[in-house]
Write a protein that binds this ligand. Structure first.
Ligand code: AMP
Length: 303
């Protein structure tokens, strides 16, 4: 059973608690911090096995897991996207109880309210930053607020949101937080689709198409590793996805892993990134290329 925060007594040993009040959160963490390692796992709820894999990782390491559930309005550029984001708090709390999560933080509605903004620089202009204006600024602001409030020893994030990881990594470094990152690999459905809260917004009729997202990433990785990649190959794959029934291919790009910058003649670790829209639902994914890559005369190849 989770305790409600109003049952908090002065000397209570804190575990299995749902906290909404910031002062209570601070007090609780103050006590825990002296003896235990705090691992913070921010989520927007509608929890699935991907989220649970982050929690399991934290528990394997023996950390106190603090999971937040908060649909952050600042990171949505479209009102309808925010409105339609799946919210399943009751079910989420049951799941967290089943998984024995130590602490749950449910910030109140206005938690994100501010007239300030964070400019995340160049990293925010790429990939999802191009068609979701303000998205990463909104992510950065809420994470900044969380980090300042919680001061966790660790912050656990999923590899699916790779661009987000790079931005948060920079935030931690530039704002001198001591928090260390734990990155967990992307958990997928049987057909390769990365688990996401948005997946359930796709109708049964189009479910079969979703396997093409991961498949496209693998086709590109295979091509690069075996023959090299010409620019028109990506255009061809984009057209193929559109013909299959995807509404929009927001991007397919091969970029340097550390900076998200374009490849050049210097051998670099790279990742392949994809974003598509299906039935108005935006899905993203990425994979690493195992070998280092260079780009010469528009041609991407291994070294
Ligand atoms: P969200 O609730 O979508 O904001 O995600 C909360 C955290 O869970 C983020 O760090 C995500 O990267 C991570 N996450 C979401 N989906 C997956 C997945 N399929 N595999 C691993 N981590 C994930």
């Amino acid at each position: 059973m989770f305790l409600k925060e109003n049952t908090l007594k002065k000397k209570i040993i804190i575990n299995k608690m749902i906290i909404e009040n910031i002062k209570v959160l601070k007090k609780t963490l103050e006590k825990i911090r002296k003896k235990k390692t705090i691992n913070f796992i921010p989520t927007m709820g509608n929890l699935h096995d991907g989220h649970l894999s982050l929690i399991k990782k934290s528990q394997e390491k023996g950390y106190i897991s603090l999971v937040s559930i908060y649909v952050n309005p600042l990171q949505f550029s479209e009102k309808n996207d925010f409105k339609n984001y799946p919210r399943t708090l009751k079910k989420d709390l049951e799941l967290l109880e089943k998984y024995n999560v130590d602490l749950i933080f449910l910030p109140k509605r206005g938690f994100a309210s501010t007239s300030l903004s964070v400019d995340v620089g160049k990293l925010g202009d790429k990939l999802c930053g191009t068609d979701r204006p303000g998205h990463f600024s909104g992510v950065a602001l809420i994470i900044l607020k969380f980090l300042y409030l919680i001061q966790p020893h660790f912050l656990t994030l999923g590899q699916k949101d790779y661009q987000q990881i790079l931005i948060i990594k920079k935030l931690i470094k530039d704002f001198l937080f001591k928090t260390k990152l734990i990155v967990v690999p992307t958990l997928r459905e049987k057909n390769g689709l990365a688990l996401s809260s948005r997946n359930k917004l796709i109708s049964e009729k189009n479910r079969h198409l979703t396997k093409m997202i991961f498949e496209t990433l693998n086709i590109i990785a295979f091509d690069i590793e075996n023959f090299g990649l010409k620019k028109n190959r990506i255009s061809y794959l984009k057209q193929k996805l559109l013909k299959l029934g995807f509404e929009k291919v927001n991007y397919i790009e091969v970029l340097k892993e550390e900076s998200l910058s374009e490849l050049d003649s210097l051998p670099s670790r790279c990742r392949i990134f994809i974003s598509i829209t299906l039935e108005g639902v935006r899905l993203i994914d990425n994979i690493a290329v195992r070998k280092r890559l260079v780009k010469q005369e528009g041609f991407i190849k291994t070294v």
